[in-house]
Ligand binder design. Structure first.
Ligand code: ADP
Ligand code: ADP
Length: 231
């Protein structure tokens, strides 16, 4: 993994009076899972998207592995950061293999390398490669689509993974299985993971640290989920 650091990061959307993210500073150490919990609209997704450069901060600095993300080329950022969102957000017209291979393709990997990597990832998320690589998203259950989304996020072996309610739409039993799979992947690969969730139990189960956010992404509690549980 690589350390993620935010220094005085603010984002005010165009036409808005109050910032969605208001002067946030935080550090997520390399190899840890940080869980962001907080009410809808408090700035969680905006924060993730800034780390990804899907959104530019209005002010402040974000660095990964000690380097300002503005200094990185887009290709390099894609290799550094995997992004997983609710439901997997797979492209419906692309097979499972093609969906997983998006970033490796962008990075110019050759087809043998891509094929081997796709099969390896399908094994990793518990889906038989020979059975699933040629399927289309509509032929998969919600839980399976979500797993493909995780595989896609891991495809180019990025040191950092951002997850935005990755298991939100998944039934409770599949959710538990996906959480367990992700934790075992994490134990093996030591990625730095930032994961947004609504689910306090998930945050406590998954997180090395739990950040409870309030409006403007202000950090109300850090590392102390038991305080939240008793309040
Ligand atoms: P969360 O992920 O915690 O639900 P968001 O980061 O999506 O919160 O949103 C934070 C705030 O920014 C909210 O008040 C939301 O309405 C606002 N917001 C989000 N995206 C935009 C946008 N594209 N334009 C204007 N305001 C936005
Ligand atoms: P999960 O536990 O991952 O949610 P399900 O119990 O929903 O899985 O699905 C069980 C099996 O049914 C899986 O092997 C899946 O591939 C298959 N399946 C689910 N939905 C469809 C579909 N729309 N078309 C074809 N097969 C499907």
């Amino acid at each position: 993994g690589a350390e993620i650091r935010l220094d005085g990061v603010t984002k005010t959307y165009r036409g808005q009076k109050t910032p969605a993210v208001d002067n946030i500073s935080l550090t997520i150490p390399a190899g840890e899972i940080a869980m962001f919990v907080g009410p809808s609209g408090c700035g969680k997704t905006t924060t993730l998207k800034m780390i990804n450069r899907l959104i530019e901060p209005t002010s402040g600095t974000i660095s990964i592995g000690g380097e300002d993300i503005r200094a990185k080329k887009v290709d390099e950022l894609r290799r550094t950061i995997g992004y997983v969102i609710q439901g997997g957000s797979l492209f419906p017209h692309m097979s499972v293999a093609k969906n997983i291979a998006i970033v490796p393709k962008l990075l110019g990997w050759n087809s043998d390398r891509i094929k081997a990597r796709v099969d390896e990832l399908l094994d990793l998320v518990g889906l038989d490669p020979s059975k699933y690589r040629g399927r289309y998203p509509r032929e998969l259950s919600g839980g399976q689509q979500q797993r493909i989304g995780v595989a896609r996020g891991l495809a180019a072996d990025p040191p950092v993974i951002l997850m935005d309610e990755p298991f939100g739409a998944v039934d409770p039993i599949t959710r538990q299985r996906l959480q367990d799979e992700l934790l075992s992947i994490q134990r093996e690969l030591r990625k730095t993971i930032v994961c947004v969730t609504h689910d306090i139990d998930e945050a406590i189960k998954m997180g090395d640290r739990v950040l409870i956010l309030q409006e403007g992404a202000h950090i109300a509690q850090y590392d102390t989920p038991e305080v939240v549980l008793s309040s």
